[in-house]
Design a protein around this ligand. Structure first.
Ligand code: ZN
Length: 264
């Protein structure tokens, strides 16, 4: 019964996508559990995913309070790229920012249950889209640093959603009838002139299929702070969610830093 400190599942972009969870001395290939019983028990212990300190409460995506207020991984630009100031030499940690903010970024269009605009580091293609449970994606613009991609995204938010509705995302497994090349053309036409030079000419349409055996009747999300154990037949994995036959879904990323026991 391995104990696992939960953090974001790793994904391999195959068809369908393969998911992995790392334990101290092992890697669990979650696709192999599909169709079988999976039990995840909360031990009640929590640890910072960055510094490893034991903590009563986690902040953001699995940080202790100290890391949350000081770590570059938890800075405001992670959620709001347009607020990144690394290009001005301002950041919690410039060394980290040189590797994560002052590198090529993409503004993209992705389809979950609907069309949305987003930003990602070039190193996160196509992981970022898989984490969101996107069915399709296309690159729109390429910028040399993070804040600029954020500004383009903000400009496009007047016309496109930037949100993923997790429940509708989990319920939608056939892509809606959206022509992404056409959507990119419309988005490009909406850009203000100074942003147009960043348009990416690569029109590759990325498509993703998730390992889902069947669709549960009704979806409800599990909060491991409220219930101790989730158990059932694993019938799907999508985005960062494990989907059980009861309709319970567990967002692994949201439980980063929880120490759990996993048994099959
Ligand atoms: Zn910490």
């Amino acid at each position: 019964m391995p104990q696992v400190l939960l953090k974001k599942m790793e994904a391999l972009a195959q068809k369908p996508i393969h998911y992995f969870l790392s334990t101290d001395n092992n890697t669990i290939h979650i696709n192999n559990i599909l169709g079988h019983t999976l039990k995840i028990e909360n031990t009640g212990e929590k640890y910072c995913v960055r510094c490893g300190a034991k903590t009563k409460k986690l902040y953001g995506e699995g940080f202790c309070y100290k890391c949350f207020i000081t770590a570059p991984e938890a800075d405001v630009c992670v959620i709001h790229p347009e607020k990144c100031q690394a290009h001005l030499g301002i950041s919690r940690d410039m060394e980290w920012s040189r590797e994560h903010c002052l590198i090529d970024h993409y503004v993209y269009l992705a389809v979950t249950d609907h069309l949305k605009v987003g930003v990602t580091r070039h190193t996160q293609v196509p992981k970022r889209w898989i984490d969101q449970g996107a069915l399709m994606a296309i690159k729109l613009a390429k910028t040399p640093y993070r804040q600029l991609a954020g500004l383009i995204e903000v400009d496009l938010k007047q016309h496109f959603s930037d949100k993923t509705h997790w429940k509708r995302m989990l319920e939608t497994n056939t892509p809606p009838d959206i022509d992404l090349t056409e959507a990119k053309r419309s988005a490009a036409a909406l850009l203000i002139p100074e942003f147009r030079k960043y348009l990416d000419l690569d029109n590759t349409i990325y498509t993703f299929s998730y390992p889902i055996l069947s669709q549960p009747p009704r979806i409800s999300s599990v909060n491991l702070d409220k219930i101790h154990t989730v158990e059932g037949k694993l019938i799907g994995i999508k985005g960062q969610y494990l989907i059980f036959d009861s309709g319970q879904v567990l967002n692994i990323r949201k439980h980063s830093g929880f120490l759990v026991r996993i048994s099959t």
